[in-house]
Design a protein around this ligand. Sequence first.
Ligand code: HEC
Length: 128
Amino acid sequence: MKKYILPYSIIGCFIFFSSCYYDKKDQIYPQVTTTACDTTNTTYAAVVAPILSANCAGCHASSVASKNGAGIVLDNYTSVKPYVTNKQLLNSILQNGIVPSMPLNSAKLDACTIDKISAWINKGALNN
Ligand code: HEC
């Protein structure tokens, strides 16, 4: 009877310790952070104007445009619209080499910000 104890306790130990193995959820299923870009309701007033104000006003606000922004005014709809129509606004922020890249001497706007402007343009660039 006694000779069975050793093998069984070895098997028992193995089961005991192997049962302690566990996987970390985050390692098996890495967190996929896909924060979708919401391009619905991209109106001029609520979305486009604030983006231009935050990133372009330093050079293209009416008060400074002649000094810093080659006379291009982008702080009101009427002045912005021609640059949408001639595609310079979108091309400048896409930084695709067709027109000078904007914001001048700064990093490209993030993809979602560009998508929002693009969505507004695709819906007719309304004064909404
Ligand atoms: C640091 C100043 C500065 C900032 C910031 C800036 N611009 Fe400009 N922008 C300029 C200057 C200077 C020009 C004229 C460049 C040239 O013709 O070489 C220009 C030209 C442009 C043009 C006309 C493109 C062309 O053919 O010259 C557009 C459109 C434009 N900017 C849009 C923007 C937008 C949109 C932003 C913000 C996302 C922005 N700019 C931010 C200085 C700036």
